[in-house]
Design a protein around this ligand. Structure first.
Ligand SMILES: Nc1ncnc2c1ncn2[C@@H]1O[C@H](COP(=O)(O)OP(=O)(O)OP(=O)(O)O)[C@@H](O)[C@H]1O
Ligand SMILES: [Mg+2]
Length: 238
């Protein structure tokens, strides 16, 4: 079985969009049994009557997984902060061995497990334990989602630097056009990043698409956008 850990260079840069598209693609186009996990979800979305783990819901719909939301996202926290901080505010004790047990179970019951991090690799989960430590513990092949625009060279290279230093297999980088801008950084990012990323492939540019996730997830559409714009082969070369 395969694992893809989706990390990003920051929060709000398109991890859920791309994790959903990857899950939909391998489920619909490659007929794989895809499981998903968002082990820590903070800043839950408020509806009229509920607080919902929106990322976990999107991932579940996109993948076609029938696992319960409490398995997909064992720790849901209300505060829009890093897990360590949200857990402290809400007096929750985070047990990594519980998350690990769920991870091992999901890995066993699916052909592919797509895991979305939160924020980036140095977001603290609990005291002195960061997302990079979780990735390393699981020896999880990692996909980096990076946004196009000013600042992304630094954020992308820093993220890759740490992953490489910890000996993590980096599957590639997807550049997400989340802003839909055509400014100079956006135009020049792919070439300059290709030069400095060297052996790490840029798998493609995920285009700006209006109303990508609105209300519910259109998994056919997401799989289609991924297939048309991203080189998916390296994702399973683990
Ligand atoms: N390619 C795109 N085209 C248009 N809108 C996009 C695109 N990618 C992301 N967005 C929008 O940007 C917002 C943030 O995206 P997303 O939720 O995927 O980020 P994230 O990295 O998962 O954030 P978090 O750190 O909170 O988990 C969402 O409203 C999403 O619909
Ligand atoms: Mg997300």
């Amino acid at each position: 079985m395969k694992v893809i850990f989706v990390t990003g260079t920051d929060t709000g840069i398109g991890k859920t969009v791309i994790s959903s598209a990857v899950s939909a693609f391998f489920s619909l186009r490659k007929k794989m049994n895809v499981g998903v996990m968002k082990p820590f979800e903070c800043g839950l979305s408020k509806t009229d009557k509920d607080l919902l783990p929106w990322d976990a819901i999107c991932l579940r719909e996109a993948s076609g997984s029938t696992d319960g939301l409490n398995i997909i996202s064992p720790y849901t926290l209300e505060a829009p902060c890093a897990p360590e901080v949200a857990a402290m505010i809400e007096h929750v004790s985070i047990d990594i061995s519980l998350v690990d047990k769920i991870f091992q179970g999901l890995k066993r019951s699916h052909d592919l497990l797509v895991i979305e991090g939160a924020g980036g690799v140095l977001v603290p989960i609990r005291e002195h334990f960061f997302f990079i430590d979780l990735i390393q513990k699981w020896n999880a092949p990692t996909l980096v989602v990076s946004r196009l625009g000013l600042g992304t060279i630094n954020h992308t290279l820093l993220t890759i630097h740490l992953l490489k230093e910890r000996g993590i297999k980096v599957l590639g980088v997807i550049l997400n056009d989340n802003a839909g801008s055509d400014d100079l950084p956006t135009q020049t990012n792919p070439t300059i990043l290709k030069k400095y990323l060297a052996d790490i492939p840029i798998l493609g540019i995920f285009p700006h698409v209006k109303d990508l996730i609105k209300g519910n997830v259109d998994r056919e559409r997401m799989a289609d956008i991924l297939a048309k714009n991203i080189n998916t082969d390296p994702l399973l070369e683990q």
